[in-house]
Design a protein around this ligand. Structure first.
Ligand SMILES: CC(C)(COP(=O)(O)OP(=O)(O)OC[C@H]1O[C@@H](n2cnc3c(N)ncnc32)[C@H](O)[C@@H]1OP(=O)(O)O)[C@@H](O)C(=O)NCCC(=O)NCCS
Length: 367
């Protein structure tokens, strides 16, 4: 049975920064309160010309370049997002087109902030089963577009960004070692975005009622999160035949510093083993784990061969954890320049659209 290794990674974070002081100019809050309750100092907010798909494409190209894997070699693309480009088509299909992944299947996955763990596990299981060889997993969000900037209970929390992993089959042991995924829909109403779906299609009333914004019972989410972070970590470690002593690094979902601290206490592990960057990015939902992982790697905290646990929770309610041995690129002589593929993808997309247009003219004549 092949192993599923993480062989490439990349992020894309918009440059514009929104500080706590900036938010204090919009709602009745202050830097001290936000930092004290959440650990957040600032977050990045997408420019008008950026979106969930554009951030996903940028992160993906970086991940593929590092893995030295051509987009044309991808078998599967999964985009995890709670702020997809559209209800449909899937953001994953837009990424497939824009990077030129000619033979890849593509779909979106919605498991909120736990989504990156779910998606990585799904891709790893497809590789482990032998049905595919190369997968691209992306967590991408522009939640700033769905935040009510008049609601101080939520607008202080979220930020935009994307992170991507390339997963590849290999006979060498390692890569994704175990994972657990959980859900509890009885808590569905604690964190929601109700408008625009089948239950509440967009109308003037849904807009006036604020149904197109994120709504949250912060205290309930906090209690739930502190309960599941530690237990999911232990469960995934047990499945991998490991204990907390075997873990080099925990990379948790970056929602709130206090939630991470509580998980550390529960697991009796020092905070030094936890990657924390919520102070500079806020909660980027499903993108937070890959962004934290890539940053830890770039800082030298996360190294090849390290045993890591990714653990997260979110709306649904959902939660999960995944244990992996961090690999790094599979040695190869070739060097993939993704910029060439980006160009090729644009041309290919243009010609396919033109062909579809011409086909439309001729089929109309035949009718
Ligand atoms: C949102 C969160 C920071 C709020 O912290 P809290 O300690 O629960 O605060 P509360 O909502 O009980 O509010 C306490 C007081 O602060 C006030 N307050 C709320 N937001 C505020 C803000 N941004 N600035 C200043 N005061 C604020 C409240 O009105 C309340 O005032 P009152 O006591 O006079 O009524 C916290 O509940 C949390 O982090 N929850 C988890 C959310 C999360 O992670 N969501 C994403 C999941 S993926």
């Amino acid at each position: 049975m092949p192993y599923a290794h993480i062989t490439g990674w990349g992020t894309s974070v918009p440059e514009p920064v929104l500080t706590n002081d900036d938010i204090a100019k919009m709602v009745d809050t202050n830097d001290e309160w936000i930092r004290g309750r959440t650990g957040i100092r600032e977050r990045h907010i997408a420019r008008e010309d950026q979106s969930t798909a554009t951030l996903a494409v940028e992160a993906s190209l970086k991940a593929l370049e590092l893995a030295n894997l051509a987009p044309t070699e991808l078998d599967l693309i999964i985009v995890s997002s709670s702020s997809p480009e559209y209800i449909f088509p899937a953001t994953a299909c837009l990424v497939q087109d824009q990077i030129g992944a000619t033979k890849a299947g593509a779909f979106d996955l919605l498991a909120a902030c736990s989504g990156f763990i779910y998606a990585t596990n799904m891709a790893a299981q497809s590789i482990r089963s032998g049905s595919i060889k190369n997968a691209l997993v992306i967590g991408s969000e522009t939640l700033s577009r769905f935040v009510d900037w008049k609601d101080r209970g939520t607008c202080i929390l979220f930020g935009d960004g994307a992170g991507a992993f390339v997963l590849q089959a290999s006979d060498k042991p390692g890569g994704v070692l175990s994972a657990v995924m959980h859900s509890d829909g009885s808590g569905a109403d604690t964190l929601t975005l109700l408008g625009g779906g089948a239950r509440h299609p967009a109308t003037e009333t849904t807009v006036l009622e604020g149904k197109h914004f994120i709504q949250m019972d912060g205290k309930a989410v906090f209690r739930f999160a502190t309960r599941v972070m530690g237990s999911a970590t232990r469960e995934a470690l047990e499945l991998a035949g490991m204990t907390t002593d075997d873990v080099d690094l925990i990379i948790p979902h970056q929602a709130n510093y206090r939630i991470i601290e509580t998980a550390a206490k529960y697991l009796k592990m020092p905070m030094e083993k936890f990657v924390v960057n919520v102070d500079r990015y806020g909660n980027t939902s499903t993108a937070s784990i890959p962004i934290a992982a890539v940053e830890a790697f770039e800082k030298g905290t996360l190294k090849s061969g390290n045993k890591v646990v990714f653990v997260g929770f979110g709306a649904g309610l959902t939660w999960g954890a995944l244990v992996a041995e961090w690999t790094g690129p599979i040695p190869t002589k070739k060097h993939v320049y993704t910029i060439q593929y980006r160009l090729f993808a644009r041309l290919r997309s243009f010609f396919r659209r033109a062909l579809r247009f011409i086909e439309g003219i001729f089929s109309r004549r035949e009718l």
